[in-house]
Design a protein around this ligand. Structure first.
Ligand SMILES: [Zn+2]
Length: 226
């Protein structure tokens, strides 16, 4: 608790609202840097995080537990019509997670690094399509990788790790699985691990290492992807 208290003292002058700290070492905070985040966003975020904490899906609970005990601080920022909250490709709706230091993501991180998760309100609104699609879970994996110092230099590894847990979530809530990262490369790791009963083994990479198993072999042409 001493450590958490120390971090609270650093954060409070920056006008952040603390979301979940009671029993956790890590600090999850809402960033009000460019004006107050909407109270509704704040409320929905708290509810969304509580749902992950109490999820019936054990791997989602493991992700949450790792997030709140990671050494780094994770801050949430609502995406709004302020371009400063948008992803670099100019998409006002695409969630993204940024390291709080100013170094390029491609350098990876081997030391715990504070992170900011930028998400639209729809991602924390239970029962919305974006909630079911698992954007929050996806970004939490990136934030955990940063906050724990397990942030791989290779963005395809980072995205496959994030989509893996996102697909655990999607399967759990009955939403179609992701088969690629925006069409750029395949993200079939969950499907492959699931067929082999290896979900826990893959999850261990996310909780303890910064790499990930080799991508599964490509699906032969003519066979549906899933
Ligand atoms: Zn991602």
């Amino acid at each position: 608790m001493q450590r958490a208290l120390g971090r609270l003292l650093v954060i409070l002058p920056a006008l952040m609202l603390i979301v979940a700290t009671e029993s956790a070492l890590a600090v999850l905070a809402v960033d009000n840097a460019t004006g107050p985040a909407s109270p509704r966003f704040h409320r929905q975020l708290r509810t969304a995080l509580a749902l992950l904490e109490r999820s019936d899906e054990p791997h989602i609970r493991l992700l949450y537990a790792a997030v709140v005990t990671a050494p780094g601080t994770i801050t949430f920022r609502q995406m709004t019509d302020d371009r400063a909250t948008w992803s670099r490709d100019g998409d006002p709706n695409r969630g993204h997670t940024q390291p709080s230091d100013s170094r390029p993501k491609r350098q990876g991180r081997t030391k715990p690094t504070n992170a900011t998760i930028f998400i639209p309100e729809s991602a924390v609104k239970p029962d919305s399509a974006r909630w079911k699609g698992g954007l929050l879970v996806h970004e939490l994996v990136h934030a955990l990788d940063l906050a724990s110092g397990r942030y791989n230099r290779d963005y395809t590894v980072r995205e496959r790790r994030a989509v893996f847990v996102q697909n655990i979530w999607r399967h759990h809530v009955g939403y179609r699985l992701r088969v690629s990262y925006h069409g750029a490369f395949a993200t079939m790791d969950y499907q492959f691990a699931s067929e082999r009963g290896a979900i826990a083994e893959y999850m261990n990479f996310i909780l303890r290492r910064n790499d990930f198993p080799e991508p599964p072999p490509a699906v032969p042409a003519g066979r549906p992807a899933d």
